[in-house]
Design a protein around this ligand. Structure first.
Ligand SMILES: [Mg+2]
Length: 173
């Protein structure tokens, strides 16, 4: 197994039964499966911490693999290579935390842009959402570019960012 996309080809081999179902049923099973397997990971940890079980590393890795299977199949459901999922996550986190995790940056997220159009309407909608929940105090949209100012805890602006949908995709979801 060399690449994420090769792995996804492998999950497709055992995912075809679900893929043959109606879309709503297919995606529901995948989403439920993902949370179920994440729950199995959590249960293993709980039993080690709470019930003094011996940590079974092989079992733990197997459950992480089960989570990966559902992630891979959910990505395939939307015709997305698994490598693209990983790349998007890397891009998001490098934008949010360019020097490694920073609690200050965690508290003061800056930009939310999706599906920008030249007139900027989708960006404005996303910024209004951001302004309600993320401490943003100023946003200005010009020709599809977004300019945004965020508040520090003392109320002083700490960030002024311009971005387009092509180079920023930052979400709180
Ligand atoms: Mg499992």
């Amino acid at each position: 197994m060399h690449t994420l996309d090769e792995y996804q080809t492998e999950t497709a081999r055992t995912g075809e039964g679900y893929a043959a179902m109606e879309n709503d049923l297919h995606v529901s099973i995948l989403a439920l499966g993902l949370t179920g397997e994440a729950g199995e990971v959590a249960d293993l940890v709980k039993k080690v911490i709470g019930h003094a079980h011996t940590f079974d590393r092989d079992h733990f890795i197997a459950e992480l693999g089960d989570v990966m299977w559902y992630v891979s199949e959910l990505a395939r459901f939307v015709d997305c290579p698994l490598s693209e999922v990983a790349a998007a996550n890397v891009k998001k986190l490098r934008a949010r935390y360019p020097d490694g995790f920073d609690p200050e940056r965690s508290r003061n997220r800056t930009v939310v842009i999706t599906n920008a159009t030249p007139d900027g309407e989708p960006i404005i909608r996303e910024f209004r959402h951001a302004m309600e929940g993320l401490g943003v105090n100023e946003a200005d949209i010009r020709h599809g570019e977004a300019y945004l100012r965020a508040n520090a805890p003392d109320g002083k602006p700490i960030a002024y960012t311009n971005a387009t949908a092509d180079d920023w995709v930052e979400t709180d979801r």
